[in-house]
Design a protein around this ligand. Structure first.
Ligand code: FAD
Ligand code: NAI
Length: 504
């Protein structure tokens, strides 16, 4: 009995300890302590963007060495891999957002966070002009600031290829607002189909969801819509759920060209079981109010009625990026994005680094690449600060040498000069090296696919275990304890109570 009592006591102590540690960690997150003020004697780094590249840099950079200013139209970081889960209500929007000020508050020196959209970069005068684009504006809503270094990390926007109707009539899956719009429209389609007296053809039209693009975004969105249908809609709309159709349209001969062949086949067979139609070699030519116009593999044109189109047709450069390229017409000629060297310096410009989806490199435009580039730049800035510090010390020593009077003093200073020169020579800024950690995608029905690097090769895995790995990988990649808690909580709530059906 005493053993049980000791065990019980130990358990209670460890639970209390666990709660104490949790409270301490969360309190520390909320009250991170004081920061050093902005220092005009230090160089200023202006970071454009608050996405994967910018946030990874902000998390890693040593702000003791620089003043840091972040400018972004969104005052938060969006965890894009879980965005399709928000679109069907598996997760709440807040779970995958991290306010940029939370990250900035944990730095040693105060970081300036400005919610504004950069409108122009002047690489010759080293300035950025930005504007408050929100509904409420103060007396000042447009200004220009100088930078010593600029980190250009504005990402990309959705590529529509100028196809008629896409911009105005389709839903996208890039920003948080896109997921919210899609969720609202999808629920609207179902409620309109349930309207009394709706005829059969109209019900079938409203319940036909067309997803365009067989890249990972299109695949994950289709999988998530299917889960919503199976897990919730079948119970709440039994007379309609069986009539919901999901069609995935892809212009290329296969979906997910970046994954291994067996994973493509696995995805196709999972979609077949889930009754998601895949139309490859089929190109969307127009999006209309109630239909899509398709060019079929035999080049014939077909009009397909549908209630909603989700467009996941890839990336293109933002206008500000195209304008910046236009300032270096002979060097910035790659239509896919900004050309950078192997140290991520913008070709043709002085003191500008560009990272992530706005660049055109040999890497895919992924979060993995952008975040590694952000962390790399933090190391580059640390090395640059170290070098500048040593150079300043060298110049001081050289001044001392010229005024030194006795030989012993002169010899001492000379040896220190030699040492400092060696230290400067040892400060190496290596080129960016990308380390691929694997590709993962959710395909619906609690199944995921993964191409993981192993030794010098690759392991392809798929199924429910891979889905659990997918979940744990993204849970651990989330930037904060707050987000991890919210996401884990939402997964649990969805499992127990299902997804919310209300349409706001
Ligand atoms: P972003 O993360 O897009 O950030 C750009 C930032 O710039 C944003 O904060 C934006 O508000 C800001 N900005 C825009 N215009 C301006 C301006 N004019 N001035 C200042 N700031 C501006 N990749 C993976 O590796 N794994 C995944 O599982 C994965 N899943 C994804 C799922 C979805 C639905 C999507 C859409 C993408 C996914 N990606 C994934 C790709 C990944 O999100 C991108 O590659 C990544 O976001 C690129 O990072 P970035 O910093 O270049 O751009
Ligand atoms: P994508 O560029 O990978 O795929 C877009 C697809 O749309 C292409 O296959 C293209 O052929 C097709 N398409 C374009 N126009 C079309 C038309 N008119 N008709 C029919 N099909 C058309 O774009 P996606 O999926 O948005 O991904 C963008 C980037 O983000 C990629 O680098 C991707 O790897 C990354 N990403 C990674 C994820 C993951 O790792 N799980 C998830 C989502 C995105």
């Amino acid at each position: 009995r005493s053993f049980i009592r000791v065990l019980g006591g130990a358990t209670l102590i460890s639970i209390a300890g666990g709660i104490g540690a949790f409270v301490y960690v969360t309190q520390k997150e909320r009250h991170p302590g004081s920061q050093l003020p902005y220092d005009t004697s230090k160089k200023t780094i202006v970071i454009l963007g608050s996405g994967w590249g910018a946030t990874s840099l902000l998390k890693t950079i040593d702000t003791e060495e620089y003043n840091v200013v972040v400018i972004s139209p969104k005052n938060y970081f969006l965890f894009t891999p879980l965005l399709p889960s928000v679109a069907v209500g598996t997760l709440s929007p807040k779970a995958i957002l991290q306010p940029t000020r939370y990250i900035a508050r944990h730095k040693a020196r105060a970081v300036t966070v400005i919610e504004a959209e950069a409108k122009e970069v002047d690489p010759f005068n080293k300035t950025v002009t930005f504007e408050d684009e929100t509904e409420i504006k103060g007396k000042v809503s447009h200004t220009t600031i100088p930078y010593d270094y600029l980190v250009y990390a504005v990402g990309a926007e959705v590529q529509t290829f100028g196809i008629p109707g896409v911009q105005e009539k389709a839903c996208f899956m890039k920003e948080l607002n896109d997921a919210e719009v899609m969720q609202r429209r999808f629920k609207d389609c179902i409620e309109s189909a349930a309207f009394p007296g709706q005829d059969d053809a109209e019900i079938d039209r409203l319940l036909h969801i067309v997803v365009v693009g067989g890249g990972p975004t299109g695949i994950e969105v289709s999988g998530e819509i299917h889960d919503f249908l199976e897990d919730d809609l079948k119970a709440w709309y039994p007379e309609l759920a069986g009539r919901i159709r999901i069609s995935l349209v892809e212009a290329l001969p296969s979906v997910l060209p970046m994954f291994s062949k067996q994973l493509i086949e696995y995805t196709e067979s999972t979609f077949k079981e889930s009754k998601i139609d895949i139309w490859t070699k089929t190109m969307v030519k127009e999006v209309k109010d109630k239909s899509v116009i398709l060019q079929m593999p035999d080049k014939s044109i077909k009009e397909v009625p549908c209630g909603m189109v989700v467009w996941a047709g890839g990336n293109k450069g933002r206008k500000i990026t195209q304008d910046l390229m236009g300032k270096f017409p002979t060097l910035q000629t790659n239509k896919r994005g900004l050309t950078v060297d192997d140290h991520l310096r913008l070709a043709g410009a002085d003191s500008i680094f560009a990272i992530g989806d706005c660049t055109s490199t040999s890497y895919a435009p992924t979060a993995q690449v952008a975040s590694q580039q952000g962390a790399y730049l933090a190391r580059v800035f640390a090395q640059m600060a170290k070098k500048e510090g040593l150079e300043a010390k060298l110049s001081e020593l050289q001044k001392t040498e010229t005024v030194a009077v006795d030989t012993t003093e002169k010899t001492g200073v000379q040896s220190e000069i030699e040492n400092t020169k060696k230290m400067i020579a040892n400060v190496k800024i290596r080129p960016f090296h990308y380390s691929h950690q694997g590709s993962l995608a959710y395909v619906g029905s609690d199944k995921a696919i993964a191409d993981l690097p192993f030794a010098n090769g690759n392991i392809a895995t798929a199924g429910v275990a891979t889905f659990l790995f997918w979940r744990s990988a993204y849970l651990s990649t989330l930037f904060s304890l707050r987000n991890r808690t919210l996401v884990a909580n939402d997964w649990l709530i969805t499992k127990i109570f299902g997804r919310d059906l209300s349409r706001d």
